[in-house]
Design a protein around this ligand. Structure first.
Ligand code: ATP
Length: 453
């Protein structure tokens, strides 16, 4: 126990609780620039638990690009408090202040760093625009990751982006195939040209052909008399992304093959081939090789597309990405709907342990729904039933060794759900078929945070 003043004692456990509930991230490094303390906000800002950060050297995390720019060299150089703007890899903007604690030998003993989210500042005047070292921030990118598997894929993309070979991205629905295709385009020499996407499954075959290749003057009745350019022509100098390529008919597959091999195409109703300079990136969530075996997909086109193939892992194989993505989407929808929802630890744990069969898209949709439907804090019981139950059932067995504690957990869940909905102990008692005294006691035990002030 620490004795503070004459009468108040704060245990180390309570002290940790206080720091973890600060709205600022608190980050302390020693004279060797080793991280000796960080509060729980580091999970929100970097998707890393304090236990993964404490004991690391500041530089080694900085080199893994969790944030930019670094404040530590500045404070060691100037030996005085410094404030700068930083951006984390999930796009959170922070106003960070580093305060050196200097010992009697005039050496830095510790540096206490606090970081506040820019969107939380009530007044933007609170920080000086001139101090802002934004030039070092991350480039605007829609693709970020904390997973080694994905970092490997991104490294591979950086190598292949510069060549013009066709790329085939395979992966389950919602794993980010479109985002990856756009990323490859953005880091390629074609970045100043267009990036056009067509979803081959969403358009009927006859329309798809004219969308892709356009048609010549007066080629059919009802068509624009001057003809029409297709996406292949409009993508000149850029990249054409063919999403869900497994859905193409054999006729259009033949035209795509010709386009890839000869860099030319003939518009519908046209006679002369037109040359184009485009890169093709294709994606599918189907097993193309099985389709080839079943003669549903041309073997020659498959091998042409597959010159460079990338397999995107489902979210359950990159669980390190779940928490950073959750906060990324939370920030995104908080901004979109001008609210400031936070998320409870229990809810976060369930999200982190769920298998996400619909991958990133499903996670994004769930967070959007939670931001819209929850009150200021998002609790576990706000989650859609399927996620809540699925993880709950697993965790009941995993985390409860005794029958009594598992029963208590279920009791808590029932009471919270009912009280959240009905907001009255009388109604809860009625719904759950218990006495009002018992309902009152249970509400006092489990629902303090749900009571309206
Ligand atoms: N690494 C990422 N960072 C941020 N957002 C991402 C990331 N990957 C995917 N998303 C988001 O997840 C959603 C799904 O991504 P995308 O549409 O690229 O998936 P897909 O694999 O092409 O899906 P489908 O097969 O259904 O077309 C999009 O809203 C996208 O913005």
């Amino acid at each position: 126990m620490d004795n503070i003043g004459d009468t108040i004692e704060i245990s180390a456990e309570k002290f940790k609780k206080i720091l973890d509930h600060s709205s600022d991230e608190i980050f302390v490094i020693d004279d060797q620039k080793k991280i000796i303390y960080v509060n729980k906000l580091c999970e929100k800002h970097y998707g890393l638990k304090p236990s993964e950060v404490i004991g690391e050297y500041n530089m080694s995390l900085f080199e893994k690009e969790y944030w930019r720019p670094s404040i530590v060299p500045l404070v060691f150089e100037k030996m005085e408090p410094i404030t700068i703007k930083q951006t984390t890899y999930i796009g959170t903007e922070l106003i960070t202040t580093a305060i050196p604690i200097i010992n009697e030998q005039n050496k830095i003993e510790l540096v206490v760093i606090t970081a506040q989210e820019l969107q939380n500042l009530t007044s933007l005047k609170e920080y000086n625009e001139n101090n802002d070292s934004d030039t070092n921030a991350f480039p605007q990118q829609a693709l970020f990751t904390n997973s080694e598997k994905m970092k490997h894929i991104i490294k591979f993309c950086k190598k292949i982006a510069k060549v013009d070979s066709t790329v085939l991205i395979q992966g389950d629905s919602g794993t980010g195939k479109g985002v990856l295709a756009s990323y490859i385009h953005q880091i390629s020499d074609r970045k100043d040209g267009p990036f056009l996407t067509i979803n081959c499954a969403a358009i009927p075959e006859n329309l798809l052909e004219s969308e892709l290749f356009g048609y010549a003057k007066g080629s059919f009745t009802g068509a624009n008399a001057n003809g029409k350019h297709g996406l292949v022509e409009e993508a000149e100098g850029g990249t054409l992304f063919l999403d869900e390529i497994g859905e193409l008919s054999l006729k259009i597959q033949a035209k795509i093959l010709h386009l890839i091999q000869e860099h030319e195409f003939i518009p519908i109703g046209g006679r002369k081939p037109k040359k184009v300079d485009i890169r093709i990136i294709a994606a599918t969530n189907r097993h193309l090789i099985d389709m080839v075996k079943n003669k549903e997909f041309r073997e020659d086109l498959f091998y042409r597309l597959n010159v460079i193939d990338i397999k995107l892992p489902p979210l359950k194989e990159r669980t390190e990405d779940i928490i950073p993505l959750t906060y990324y989407f939370l920030n995104k929808f908080n901004n979109k709907f001008s609210v400031n929802r936070t998320i409870s630890q229990e809810c976060l744990d369930i999200i982190a342990n769920y298998s996400w069969p619909g991958n990133i898209r499903q996670l994004e949709n769930v967070i959007e729904r939670l931001v819209i439907t929850s009150d200021s804090v998002i609790y576990a019981d706000d989650l859609p039933e399927v996620i809540f139950q699925n993880t709950k059932n697993k965790s009941l067995y995993l985390t409860h060794s005794s029958l009594d504690s598992a029963i208590k957990e279920i009791e808590k869940e029932f009471i919270r759900k009912s009280f959240k909905k009905l907001k009255s102990s009388r109604k809860v008692a009625k719904e759950l078929n218990i006495s009002q005294t018992r309902a009152n006691n249970l509400i006092r035990e489990y629902c303090e945070d749900l009571k309206e002030n």
